[in-house]
Design a protein around this ligand. Structure first.
Ligand code: RP5
Length: 169
């Protein structure tokens, strides 16, 4: 069920995808977590097709040492909300544009959570997947100064990459 990266370290981020078909997009999340050397696990589960397993995953997540969950799903995307209903960990949602509606369905399903059960909802698709990884790192960095330093360097390098671009001659 779970694929674990950085096998010698306990995962602190859990990435949950609603289907194997979401994995290509969610490589963006795992890539950034690997860049920042944040151990994570990757699980395929579904709010609709495997509701009991999804709830069990959310209930056990904090006790297993996870600190942040990232959930990606398309269509009537209830995965992030279902996880958020059963954990006090922060949950980041990534809407996937896998349906004929192109992701607007997943975006609205993920973002429109009722008061009391927040899901931090990212952009649809690859941008959202990458930002989900970065936001997870930002949350972890609040209590991990070395990670905060690496984030600062990341921000500085983005700004440096823009130096000289678009300047009037
Ligand atoms: C959602 O339905 C999944 O997250 C995926 O984006 C979409 C299609 O799933 P498959 O039919 O490819 O398994 O639950």
């Amino acid at each position: 069920m779970a694929r674990r990266r950085a096998a010698d370290q306990r995962p602190v981020v859990g990435i949950v995808v609603g289907s194997e078909s979401d994995l290509e997009i969610m490589k963006e999340s795992s890539r950034v977590l690997e860049e920042f050397q944040v151990p994570y696990e990757l699980v395929v589960s579904s709010a609709h097709r495997a509701p009991a397993r999804t709830q069990a995953y959310a209930r056990s997540a904090a006790g297993r040492g996870l600190r942040v969950l990232i959930a990606a799903a398309g269509g009537a995307a209830h995965l992030a909300g279902t996880l958020a209903a059963s954990t006090t960990l922060p949950v980041i949602g990534v809407p996937i544009g896998s349906s004929p509606l192109g992701g607007i369905d997943a975006l609205l399903s993920t973002v429109q959570m009722p008061g009391g059960v927040p899901v931090a909802t990212m952009a649809v698709g690859k941008w959202g997947a990458r930002n989900a990884g970065i936001l997870a790192i930002q949350i972890l960095a609040l209590s991990a100064p070395p990670l905060a330093c690496r984030l600062q360097a990341f921000k500085s390098s983005m700004a440096a990459a823009f130096e000289g671009r678009g300047k009037a001659r």
